[in-house]
Design a protein around this ligand. Structure first.
Ligand SMILES: C[S@@+](CC[C@H](N)C(=O)[O-])C[C@H]1O[C@@H](n2cnc3c(N)ncnc32)[C@H](O)[C@@H]1O
Length: 258
């Protein structure tokens, strides 16, 4: 799955780089504020932001961190992030094309590693977390945010289908108990956690991944014909029979390296 999957990631995000730079939900929010508050208390001098996307997390950490490295698999995304961050007058961020499965850093190179709204794209979570643990110094913190997997199997299957139709590079979202177990297996212990709701505006959310009008209409039908309990689980809002928005729950964790 791995190489074909990563080609899919590059295809999806390479064509949507500008949309991610412009995305208000990536640029700010209670979720990013929580990661920043945790990061400030850790006071690391070197931060690695993996799967940096449009670079919003890297930019925010650069405000109080001497060295930030922003890494991403998708080179056009990384170039867009670099132009965006330089355009903000910030020159202290370094950019590196890198797969989370093979981070090119020495053991213990960073005091903090961040990863925001990206792990659901990783083909396998545990090898990625082992890489994170390897590049963190002992006592260093991994600050991670991702879509929270739903406990109810039919709601989880419903949202997985919606996500995959919108973005074929979506793999899956994990539940809190799964995250905790994977982190433990990688030598990371959860020290802090939060759950934050994030509203997705339907047209913007589907448009950001360049879903065609035809596929969007089919996806909308799929959502409208799903059991009401599935729509309720994600607070799907309608106006005149059309989808306006839904809500995701985001899991945020601070896990420290043993
Ligand atoms: C939604 S964006 C991330 C948003 C960003 N972290 C932020 O805070 O705004 C997801 C990113 O994950 C990257 N990605 C997916 N799989 C990856 C992998 N295996 N290694 C590195 N980056 C990856 C994609 O290229 C994409 O840029």
């Amino acid at each position: 799955m791995s190489e074909g999957h990563k080609a899919r990631v590059r295809e999806q995000f390479g064509g949507s780089a500008d949309a991610y730079i412009q995305s208000a939900g990536h640029a700010a929010g209670e979720d990013l504020d929580t990661l920043l508050a945790w990061g400030r208390t850790r006071g690391a001098s070197r931060v690695l932001d993996i799967a940096t996307g449009g670079g919003h997390t890297a930019l925010a950490f650069a405000a109080f961190t001497p060295t930030v490295v922003a890494a991403d698999l998708t080179e056009p995304m990384l170039r867009a992030a670099r132009d965006f961050i330089h355009g903000r007058g910030v020159t202290s961020v370094r950019f590196l094309a890198s797969d989370v499965d093979a981070l090119p850093f020495k053991p213990g190179a960073f005091g903090v590693v961040t990863c925001r709204i990206a792990a659901h794209h990783f083909p396998e979570l545990l090898p990625a977390l082992r890489q994170v643990a390897r590049v963190l110094r002992p006592g260093g913190s991994f600050l991670v945010q991702d879509i929270l997997g739903h406990d109810d199997p039919s709601s989880a299957a419903f949202i997985l289908e919606v996500e995959k139709r919108r973005d074929p590079s979506h793999v899956r979202a994990f539940r809190r108990i799964e995250w905790t177990a994977f982190l433990r297996a990688a030598g990371l212990t959860v020290m802090d956690e939060a759950i934050v709701s994030k509203v997705r505006i339907w047209d913007e959310w589907t448009g950001r991944m360049r879903v065609t009008a035809e596929a969007r209409a089919a996806l909308e039908r799929f959502v409208l014909e799903a059991p009401a309990s599935c729509r309720e689980a994600f607070d799907v809002r309608l106006d005149g029979g059309r989808i306006v928005s839904f809500s995701d729950r985001m899991l945020l964790l601070r896990a420290d390296r043993d």
